[in-house]
Design a protein around this ligand. Structure first.
Ligand code: G3P
Ligand code: CA
Length: 252
């Protein structure tokens, strides 16, 4: 089951490739997602935000400047305008002409792959956008293969009325005083947390497991961190180096 209700505590943490294919291809593009699927990583993590005409597309930043040849905030551009942008040249010439994918295009690729994903909601999602997202997951039979994650509890709640099946995780930069209350307030089933917030008291992972919550960590690219988090018993590790993490798990 998604995020391992059937996963034994001694099992390896899920490998989650960050922003599509980790560092394999331009972030949040279909080549990145396809690379992650081909490589067999457990989960692919993508960022999703809304265009001016409220179409969800894969984009991490508020503006398109860093990851495309365009300028300005994503929320000020229509889908047609976004589709004109080159989202690959900044990464490497071989990816010139790569387009910003819509969420729909991503879900179509994921749906036929049998793989799983963390879909991170960037910006603020209202109930209408949340319900449309759930409808898309359902259309691709992905309700049990996608976890929705966000720093914003309101955006998570925007997806919560529409499905009991979809798993939600609250992303945290630091631990609040009452973690369980924060998770409950977002109708989530666990946290995706910056490991630096947990590293000094790793026992919190077991405490949260005992409370029935999942604990995933981001974004860890070194053996030392993989060892620490694996010892702490985390459920999943988001990494820019998913191929190396898989190798490390196989040899540890
Ligand atoms: O998986 C969580 C992580 O992706 C959050 O950070 O900035 O890479 O979206 P960011
Ligand atoms: Ca992210």
């Amino acid at each position: 089951e998604l995020l391992g209700d059937a996963r034994a505590p001694q099992d390896a943490a899920f490998v989650v490739s960050h922003r599509g294919g980790g560092a394999l291809a331009p972030e949040n593009t279909l080549p990145a997602v396809e690379a992650a699927i081909d490589a067999g990583f457990d989960y692919v993590e993508i960022d999703v935000a809304l265009t001016a005409d409220r179409v969800p597309v894969l984009m991490h930043d508020r503006t398109v400047d860093r990851t495309t040849d365009g300028h300005g905030s994503l929320a000020s551009l229509t889908l047609a305008q976004v589709k004109e942008l080159d989202a690959g040249s900044w990464f490497a010439p071989a990816y010139a002409g790569t387009r910003v994918p819509t969420l729909e295009e991503f879900l179509a690729v994921l749906g036929s792959s049998g793989r799983r994903a963390l879909v991170e909601l960037k910006g603020v999602w209202d109930a209408e956008a949340g319900a449309a997202l759930i409808a898309s997951l359902r259309a691709h039979d992905l309700e049990r293969r996608v976890a929705i994650v966000s720093f914003n509890p309101q955006s998570l709640l925007a997806t919560s009325g529409a499905s009991d099946l979809v798993y939600r995780l609250l992303i945290l930069r630091r631990l609040p005083h009452d973690i369980e209350q924060a998770v409950e307030g977002a109708d989530a089933r666990g946290i995706l947390v910056d490991w630096r917030a947990v590293a000094k008291r790793p026992e919190i992972v077991t405490e949260l497991h005992d409370a029935g919550l999942r604990v995933l960590v981001y974004t860890l690219n070194t053996d030392v961190e993989w060892q620490e988090t694996t010892t702490a018993g985390v459920d999943g590790i988001v990494t820019d180096e998913p191929a190396r993490l898989m190798e490390w798990q196989a040899t540890t």
